[in-house]
Design a protein around this ligand. Structure first.
Ligand code: ZN
Length: 309
């Protein structure tokens, strides 16, 4: 009996020592603390997140204050903002999405002007134009050429980030290639869309035919334009900067055409920011002043922009 009791006491003492060693051991504590630590709340398991469908409409990461067209055919009214599409024509066709543009009432104001610049981006004139526009707090519309964008993608990115509207103005602007057939025209538009989308993540829905649509567009051009959902944008005032006119003359050209008050509700002014158009840059502050002095509203081209004629 005494022997059993001593054995029991020894076992008990050994157990206490073992337990003490275990609890006080840093390794044991570490193991205990690891197994007991809760999963951080800020890091939920992946399988609880909603799966994002591949074709789901998402606003691009570099989104600006613009209207982004999505897959929804019932587009709401379009406010006075640049319009961009998250899908190309090919993507819309492949996914069975609506191609045609939504019906929007044209906006006629008392005094409205759309400043438009063609043939850029260009490394000197375009940044100079952007600086003037920023300084004056004015937004404009740039009809850009695909092979120029390939050379100066950063300038295109700046146009976009500054909140201006961007339109498609063909890939190479070479009339004999562009107007060879309806197909050649639209393949240049599609190609330029791809280039633009690769740079800013979205593509334009407005376009301007190099040299203007008059004399170049057939019925087939207009039908295809409608089916594919492009909006052709002409002009009703020319700065005359395609000539070698000096800055002062450009301002006078514009002022003379603005005598026609029928244009005040939707004055669409053609200018160029491409190579060799330094005089346009020089004239721009005076052109903006002309419209500001007469309390004109500066708007960007979108679906609300009326046909110039
Ligand atoms: Zn042009």
């Amino acid at each position: 009996m005494q022997y059993t009791s001593k054995f029991f006491q020894t076992v008990c003492a050994l157990s206490v020592i073992c337990l003490t060693l275990l609890v006080s051991s840093p390794l044991a504590l570490l193991a205990f603390s690891d197994s007991a630590s809760p999963t951080p709340v800020s890091d939920p398991p992946n399988d609880q997140e909603d799966p994002v469908p591949e074709n789901k409409y998402t606003i691009p990461n570099n989104a600006i204050d613009a209207y982004y067209m999505n897959e929804n055919p019932d587009n709401p009214a379009i406010p006075s903002k640049p319009v961009y599409d998250v899908f190309t024509v090919e993507e819309r066709q492949a996914q069975g999405l609506v191609l045609e543009i939504p019906k929007v009432s044209p906006y006629y104001g008392q005094k409205v002007v759309y400043l438009t610049f063609d043939d850029g981006p260009e490394p000197e004139n375009t940044p100079a134009v952007l600086a003037i526009l920023k300084n004056q707090g004015v937004k404009a519309t740039f009809f850009v050429v695909g092979n120029q964008i390939e050379k100066y993608p950063a300038v295109l990115r700046q146009i976009y980030q500054d909140g201006h509207a961007i339109g498609n103005h063909s890939y190479n602007h070479i009339y004999r290639e562009l107007y060879q057939s309806t197909n050649s025209y639209f393949s240049q538009l599609r190609h330029t869309d791809e280039i633009i989308k690769n740079i800013i993540g979205v593509r334009p829905r407005i376009s301007r035919a190099p040299g203007g649509s008059a004399g170049s567009f057939t019925k087939e051009h207009w039908a295809t334009l409608k089916n594919l959902g492009y909006t052709e944008v002409g002009w009703n005032i020319s700065s005359g900067d395609a000539s070698s006119a000096k800055a002062g003359q450009l301002v006078n050209n514009i002022a003379a055409q603005m005598d026609n008050k029928n244009l005040w509700s939707h004055a669409t002014l053609l200018m160029h920011d491409g190579r060799g158009h330094a005089e346009t840059v020089k004239a721009l502050p005076a052109i903006i002043k002309f419209y500001k002095d007469r309390q004109f509203e500066f708007r960007v081209v979108n679906f609300e922009t009326p046909s110039p004629w």
